[in-house]
Design a protein around this ligand. Structure first.
Ligand code: FMN
Length: 358
């Protein structure tokens, strides 16, 4: 019934749908629910320590026997520049004062560890069916080890050049991440945000440029979007934002409200929250300091000075400093259990595809 079976054969899932890994917005509950519905469940490991990643993975494995994807970041680390960090703190000082916080108090550094040998050992221990990366791929030696552990390797491309690089460097599947996508842009060979491409234009160009299966990501939130992705030549879809309003996600209550109220033009790409461009519902700091600020320290160091502001504002029920990562299709999101949503998405896509074929 699906026009392309390559991913179903590779992943051995019921549907060619990947629950996007969403670090900070989900845990094992969403992975389990989406996998029970027939999607490839993802375990985002970019923001949790190794033992927590092991724990989350094992919770899922104990509950279901479905294939799983572990997801890591693999950016080239950049040391925090003390002068930039101080300037950033100064830029945010009025907010510290407003919230009654001391801007000179020491702050825990924001951490986003790139994939390393210890994480690779965890992959070798747990042997997920799929490992996906954001921001390119790790060193060749690590990629070889992940593959030798029997894992299918995926990574995101935001331009055709990145897709070709990923294929040449060992990716078995490429996620074409359009500009509509929620969360961080997976860009790694370009820093040109203005040149980033929408899903509709990106997917067919990536499909033409590589031989491996391509997954479409960004702005896909219902059966129409999934059917369109297949019409463009994708072999599957990766969906994030549409799952955020599921009861199994880990959004705090005011973030859930912000997403439920968001409209088509509520999201922007910002570098303010972490130092790397990411799409989310515009909040106060994104509007007042960004959405793009030349003062934001490199990834992930912008998040360091925002930490105390986020915590203090959230205590007051506000998301003024909280990452509200979401894509342009946020308005199509539904409050629905993730297993049910997955089946509804697949059913609607198949119905539309068969109407299109007829
Ligand atoms: C809240 C949120 C967090 C995300 N975190 C990650 C992550 O940890 N790793 C990753 O590879 N992609 C992450 N992404 C990007 C997704 O993989 C994917 O590209 C995106 O969700 C697709 O677009 P959509 O949100 O419009 O469905 C995140 C997206 C969102 C919305």
């Amino acid at each position: 019934m699906w026009p392309d079976h390559r991913l179903l054969d590779l992943f051995k899932t019921e549907f060619p749908i990947v629950l996007a890994p969403m670090a900070g917005a989900m845990d094992a509950d969403l992975t389990i629910a989406a996998a029970q519905g027939g999607a490839l469940g993802s375990v985002p490991c970019a923001m949790i320590p190794l033992d927590k990643a092991r724990e989350q993975f094992n919770i899922v494995r104990q509950r279901i026997s479905a294939p799983l994807n572990m997801n890591f970041f693999c950016q080239k680390p950049i040391e925090a520049d003390p002068a930039r960090m101080a300037g950033w703190k100064q830029r945010l000082a009025p907010y510290y004062r407003e919230l009654g916080l001391d801007p000179t108090a020491p702050v825990a550094a924001a951490k986003r560890e790139p994939f390393n040998a210890a994480m690779c050992e965890l992959v070798e221990e747990l042997r997920p069916e799929v490992v996906s990366f954001h921001y390119g791929l790790p060193d060749q030696a690590l990629v070889r080890r992940v593959k030798a552990a029997g894992c299918i390797v995926m990574s995101s491309a935001t331009i055709v050049r990145e897709a070709i690089w990923l294929e040449e460097n060992g990716a078995d599947v490429i996620i074409a991440q359009g500009l509509e996508a929620g969360g961080h842009r997976g860009m790694f060979l370009t820093e040109d945000i203005a040149g980033q491409i929408g899903t509709f234009a990106l997917v067919p160009q990536v499909v033409d440029a590589v031989k491996v299966p391509v997954i479409a990501a960004g702005g896909i939130a219902d059966g129409r979007g999934i059917a369109a992705a297949f019409a463009l030549g994708a072999a599957g879809v990766q969906i994030g934002t549409a799952y955020l309003r599921c009861p199994e996600s880990r959004l705090i209550a005011p973030a859930r409200v912000a997403l439920a109220q968001a409209r088509d033009d509520s999201t922007v790409i910002t570098n303010v929250m972490t130092g790397r461009p990411a799409r989310g519902v515009a909040n106060r700091v994104m509007r007042e300091v960004g959405p793009i600020s030349p003062d934001a320290p490199a990834f992930p160091h912008s998040a360091t000075a925002l930490g105390p502001l986020k915590a203090a504002a959230e205590k007051l029920g506000k998301v003024d400093f909280t990452n509200l990562w979401a894509g342009q299709a946020v308005r199509l999101g539904r409050d629905m259990p993730a297993a049910e949503l997955t089946r509804a998405l697949a059913g609607a896509a198949l119905a539309r595809l068969s109407r299109m074929a007829g």
